[in-house]
Design a protein around this ligand. Sequence first.
Ligand code: M6R
Length: 369
Amino acid sequence: EKGGYDYFMLKEIAEQPKAVADTLLGRIDPSGSLTLDEVRISPSELREIDKVVIVACGTAFHAGLIAKYAIEHWTRIPCEVELASEFRYRDPILDGRSLVIAISQSGETMDTLMALRHAREQGSKVLAICNTNGSTIPRESDAVLYTHAGPEVAVASTKAFLTQLVACYLVALYLGQVRGTKWGDEIQAVIKDLSRISEEVERVLETMEPVRALARTLAGKDTVLFLGRHVGYPVALEGALKLKELAYMHAEGFAAGELKHGPIALIEEDVPVVVVVPSPRGRSVLHDKIVSNIQEIRARGARTIVIAEEGDEAVVPYADHLIRIPATPTLLQPLVATVPLQVFACELATARGNEVDQPRNLAKSVTVE
Ligand code: M6R
């Protein structure tokens, strides 16, 4: 049932182009507008929304962090993202005009479930983004947008994450469409790019051999750091989480802008630092800032592993290892930038002799607090 792969995780990584395509299927019509019939929250209710709050745990939380950038940019609705376990024990300010989005692969995560119950008690509408048909979280929500990743067996979430991102983009674009905000050329172009993105994910998968080879050389390291900006920051967090859970290594993700506020003290000779570089097109200021971050850490001896768009030549002089990803619009980059990090963590785990599909101490779904 592993389809010829050694691990479910490898199979699931390879299934990502299909998972992404399946999650888009039937949701973008040929004219480029979105049909999300399952979202049974009426357009008039969606027009009343004045705040979006996303709750989730682990990898699903990282998808939520990325969704915030998309939702605020495309809809101009304020969006907060919170760990479900924190949200439920605060006194979050919600009302009937807040839309709460609960993201969960399994649909059974206890903290996310309790967070959504809490939100519904305050009169908020809850939209679930979930991969498991008929599970508890979608059953208790007002509406659900299913991700079509298919069953995810490996404890480390991969294809579910990519499809959660796709679902978040669809929700953001749909909110934009319903509310008429910024609905114009940019959005139409993004929808077009999104509908082709599974081919880009496929292209990334075809070029992963050097990433595997690099991972094997790092098996003896104690620490790997990850840096990103903008949507690259949650990607860095996700890369670090994957490495912790699979390779049992110390790994941390940082916002690159925070370097000087502390983390740069961790940089010493030969520490591997993975840097996720935003597109030099689009918001070029983000790109330039991160290039100078790479210079700074390299000058202090870091071994830089740079994930950058094809054609981005500015990073070349500072990259000890360069991992190329296809050019995408800035907000969609996580769909391609995360893939090498999954492969990297999986290979490092293998090189360290760890059990890839069932890492120690972890369960696939956390149904206790
Ligand atoms: O089923 P869920 O999406 O609610 O699970 C949330 C987290 O437990 C999950 O993403 C976890 O962090 C994964 N093991 C990460 O790979």
